[in-house]
Design a protein around this ligand. Sequence first.
Ligand SMILES: [Zn+2]
Length: 193
Amino acid sequence: MLTQGEILEIFKKTGALLSGHFLLTSGLHSPAYFQCAKVLQYPKYAQQLCGRLAEGFGDRRIELVIAPAIGGIVVACEVGRALDVRTIFAEREAGRMTLRRGFEIFPGEKALVVEDVITTGGSVQEVIEAVEANGGEIVGVGCLVDRSGGKARFNVPLDSLAQMEVVTYQPQQCPLCAKGIELAKPGSRKSSY
Ligand SMILES: [Zn+2]
């Protein structure tokens, strides 16, 4: 079983979790940058992390795993594989979270919603509503990383492998700028980290 320290180590060594001085897309600065897709590009780690997440749900008689597209899809596949249950995803169509591609939820089906990272929980809440609108029963929510600071709450339990505080600074008040540490823009080829 992976420990909390081993989980963080996997995030760091795959470049999913970086520390330094980063310009976020919001324009704010941060001492940390997290991009979950970086760890999920390795099937071995995806399987380990999602398998660990699935362990917590093994006794809840889950019949269906569902995720919001796109970030949650890889997590759903691996959790669904670990639980050996049908796995689908919901996606936005004209702004609404919808089941497409012939995906179905059967009346009373017990569903687990999974996501890679939860920040506000908005997408997960929309998937919960889509499942319930289709007659399914939500039995839990699982994510690899909870970045909501405890603010994301659903009417079912939320399990996460790791909780990560989001620290941000206004550029004018950034202590890292004050120290003269070079600002990196994650995702750009020029960034040095
Ligand atoms: Zn700064």
